[in-house]
Design a protein around this ligand. Structure first.
Ligand SMILES: Cc1cc2nc3c(=O)[nH]c(=O)nc-3n(C[C@H](O)[C@H](O)[C@H](O)COP(=O)(O)OP(=O)(O)OC[C@H]3O[C@@H](n4cnc5c(N)ncnc54)[C@H](O)[C@@H]3O)c2cc1C
Length: 226
């Protein structure tokens, strides 16, 4: 499974990373009847959205199909800084004489060791973005590919291996998961409730639809979250 995520199965650091951000034995929780907010994707944006919403008392579901932490932890900010730091050390060695430091000839760079250090550092901080941590903080963490089944429902499939399509109305069976999307915001001024829903059409087959679309549903369609 680690290979599918671009990780090294034999590497202890990558195994630790996977244990945190996509545990092989993760069992998705039984979905609540209704959530205040369902976050698709546990990258930087999704993690922050989930944790802030949960800390404000919202009932939150977080859906991740790949590795929690997203690009930043797994392939972006964190690993790049580890490699850049090693490159800087190497560059400093090349310029050592300029600073009056004598470096004996024959100094080498072990790129494998550079990458191993990067994987160690990445694994060490991955507990911050871990499924376990977010679950403990009150977020329902679902590992699997999320797809809109309809305007209110996200179907979570794959990932944990136990997630399969169940019915169409937000209930869950033993092996199936549906999550209800319910984003509710106060209608300032009138005190009434509106429902607004945003989704990204990045997987749309219509090129002109590859953008964020937000639409506000009529008040009559809004329902209360528990
Ligand atoms: C090499 C590199 C270095 C970078 N360095 C920095 C830096 O130093 N500082 C900085 O601020 N930024 C940096 N960035 C940018 C940073 O990584 C991104 O801004 C950040 O990751 C964006 O977060 P995000 O949550 O929007 O998206 P992502 O991190 O891409 O997360 C999206 C998540 O959604 C999941 N997902 C997508 N579709 C679904 C679905 N249908 N169901 C379930 N899950 C889904 C994906 O698997 C992914 O985990 C760097 C990026 C790169 C590539």
């Amino acid at each position: 499974m680690l290979e599918a995520f671009g990780l090294l199965p034999e590497d202890e650091h990558d195994r630790e990373l996977a244990e945190n951000v996509h545990p092989g034995n993760w069992v998705n929780p039984s979905p609540s009847e209704r959530y205040n907010i369902v976050v698709l994707g546990a990258g930087t944006a999704g993690l922050i959205t989930a944790i802030v919403s949960a800390s404000l008392g919202a009932k939150v579901a977080l859906v991740e199909k790949h590795l929690m932490g997203g690009d930043c932890l797994n392939v972006g900010c964190v690993p790049s800084k580890g490699i850049i730091r090693a490159a800087r050390a190497w560059a400093d060695l090349q310029r050592a004489a300029e600073f009056g430091i004598g470096v004996p000839p024959g100094v080498t760079c072990d790129f494998g060791a550079v990458m191993s250090r990067m994987r160690r550092l990445r694994a060490r901080i991955s507990s911050n973005d871990s499924a376990q941590r977010y679950a403990k903080l009150g977020v329902d963490v679902f590992l699997g590919h999320g797809r809109f089944a309809n305007q209110e429902t996200i179907h979570v499939e794959g990932g944990a291996g136990e997630v399969r399509a169940a019915g169409r109305h937000g209930h869950t069976g033993g092996t199936g998961q549906h999550v209800r999307v319910h984003a509710r915001q106060p209608n300032r001024g009138s005190g009434r409730q509106r429902v607004s829903q945003c989704r990204r059409d990045s997987e749309s087959h219509r090129p002109h639809a590859r953008r964020h679309s937000c639409r506000r549903l009529s008040p009559s369609r809004s329902r209360s979250a528990p």
